[in-house]
Write a protein that binds this ligand. Sequence first.
Ligand SMILES: NC(=O)c1ccc[n+]([C@@H]2O[C@H](COP(=O)([O-])OP(=O)(O)OC[C@H]3O[C@@H](n4cnc5c(N)ncnc54)[C@H](OP(=O)(O)O)[C@@H]3O)[C@@H](O)[C@H]2O)c1
Length: 341
Amino acid sequence: MITTETRESELASGGIAAVESVTAIAEVTTMGAIVQEKYGTAEVLELRDIDKPDIGDHDVQVRVRAAAVNPADWAPVRGTDVAGEVEAVGASVTRFQPGDEVFGWSGRLGGAFAEYASVTEDALVHKPANLTFEQAAAVPMAATVALLAVRDHGRVRAGQKVLVNGASGGIGTFAVQIAKSLGAEVTGVCSTSNVDLVRSIGADHVIDYTKEDFTRTGQRYDFILDNVSNRSLSDLRRALTPKGTLVPNGGGFDHRWVAGGGRLIRAKLSFAFGSRSVRTFIASPKQEILVALKELIETGKVTPIIDRTYRLSETRQAIDHVGGGHARGKVVITVIKAVTS
Ligand SMILES: NC(=O)c1ccc[n+]([C@@H]2O[C@H](COP(=O)([O-])OP(=O)(O)OC[C@H]3O[C@@H](n4cnc5c(N)ncnc54)[C@H](OP(=O)(O)O)[C@@H]3O)[C@@H](O)[C@H]2O)c1
């Protein structure tokens, strides 16, 4: 079979973006992928040609169409969120077949910033029909964190007052919509330029943090999801109702995964003495969560918000943009589709 692919091809050639036609005979065994050979920030990333990933019996090889960027992509493991088409399946895979459109959590070690990704069957779900690949790639990690925080840890119910600090970011834009879908009265906190965005995704009230400190308005909330960590624990405590719950999800924007251990321990201790509670967690791939998110998306209750898309060759810039701490929704890498003749 002769396959003609149009693909980005600055591979190992100094990083100059160019699109060229590549004619390959028989099966293509290599792929373009973002790799790093030393530890460091996004500057160490390079687009290279490497072998396509192997798949085990329970794995699915996904032809990546889009991958999203998370703050965690500053860490050595990069590229968790993936959306694409199933290329091949392992011997024991039962739920997917070649050609299926899917989204989920890529591999045990990241790897979605590539033309192909190996994904365990349990971390994938069929793509919602009403989403593009870019929108679907935006969902897995950020929306999983939002759903776990709001629904499972916050146990948010209809009529409760919910506040989302960092409401315009990747997790925040999902959390606002999920809390609204549960019937809560939602307040989003963001900067001036994002007030309209946060209102447009359903927030009942929006606090512009450049003008007002949400911990000093006198308003109390049943649940606070803090994606930013820029307020003291005593301030956050004051903004909670006597039985309120805090999820201190953010680690600030110094590229740490979640809030530093010291802050978490202090939070646990200071909240343990009162009736308020503090809940922390680290999200991991769960198929049932992806199924729940797919349902929220297909029923129109949740729509992924895309800040902007980058090409695979621009992954460094995409990670830098997210690392700046002011993404508007999700930042997504578009991986150019192969054209078969
Ligand atoms: N628990 C887990 O398993 C887990 C998983 C993934 C991520 N996380 C953590 O969750 C946090 C948020 O992630 P994300 O993906 O939502 O980040 P993100 O997409 O980079 O969002 C950042 C948002 O924070 C807002 N922000 C910045 N400074 C602010 C301030 N002073 N006050 C209020 N908002 C402010 C920004 O809004 P403006 O532009 O309007 O300022 C932006 O919308 C990160 O710390 C990340 O490490 C945790």
